[in-house]
Write a new protein. Sequence first.
Length: 51
Amino acid sequence: MAVCSSCGRNTFNYVKFQCPGENCTEIIIRCDDCRKTGNSYVCSSCGFEGP
């Protein structure tokens, strides 16, 4: 189980990727619901904001 970076909920259905922020190695986790609705996320490491 993982915690969604957008909504903060525990989820089993998610995608995981490295933050696209410059020189950032933080892992972003987004649940299927947030991906489908386009909820934004903010990287806790560099502050990058994404859709």
